[in-house]
Design a protein around this ligand. Structure first.
Ligand code: ZN
Length: 165
């Protein structure tokens, strides 16, 4: 499994294509599991043509070893939001989870601050959420919004554990 079976691509009001919940997805559910990924070292990236570079910069994220990782499943269409409903699990780095209940038809969003390649130019945000930060960049420190987001993630993971018992 890579992307949750109830998550499918559609036209997004945020940007181009997006991923939407087809059915209700409960808080704590696994939305994406590390799956089909193409990795580029910085040197391999430099050798790509301009069109390819653009695609990689638009869709790839940087892993902890500095490799640019491009998802080959639909998860690359997941748009950014400064109020995301999906976030990386803090207990299992190969998994992303729902950090709140997601209603059918709702767009699934992620905070690209977790993915944006370090050292790349910040991206302008158009998510229109009330707490929009306007710019998306990799955060090296732990600003208040990131602390709040991590609390939401911990809360969602606890819920999932309770359900298992
Ligand atoms: Zn925003």
């Amino acid at each position: 499994m890579t992307l949750h079976p109830a998550a499918e691509a559609g036209k997004s009001p945020i940007d181009g294509k997006g991923i939407f919940a087809k059915k209700f997805i409960s808080k704590g559910a696994t939305l994406w599991r590390w799956g089909k990924i193409k990795r580029f070292s910085k040197r391999q990236f430099q050798k790509l043509g301009d069109a390819q570079k653009k695609k990689v910069l638009k869709y790839a994220f940087e892993d902890e070893n500095g490799f640019l990782c491009l998802c080959l499943d639909n998860s690359r269409f997941i748009n950014h939001s400064c109020s995301p409903n999906m976030a990386p699990s803090l207990s299992d780095e190969r998994r992303d989870i729902a950090i709140r209940d997601i209603r059918p038809g709702e767009e699934i969003t992620y905070d690209y601050a977790f993915l944006h390649p370090a050292g790349e130019k910040p991206m302008r945000c158009r998510c229109h959420s009330t707490n929009c930060r306007k710019l998306i960049r990799r955060e090296v420190s732990n600003p208040p919004w990131m602390k709040r987001l991590k609390n939401l993630i911990r809360d969602a993971e606890k819920l999932k554990e309770k359900k298992r018992q």
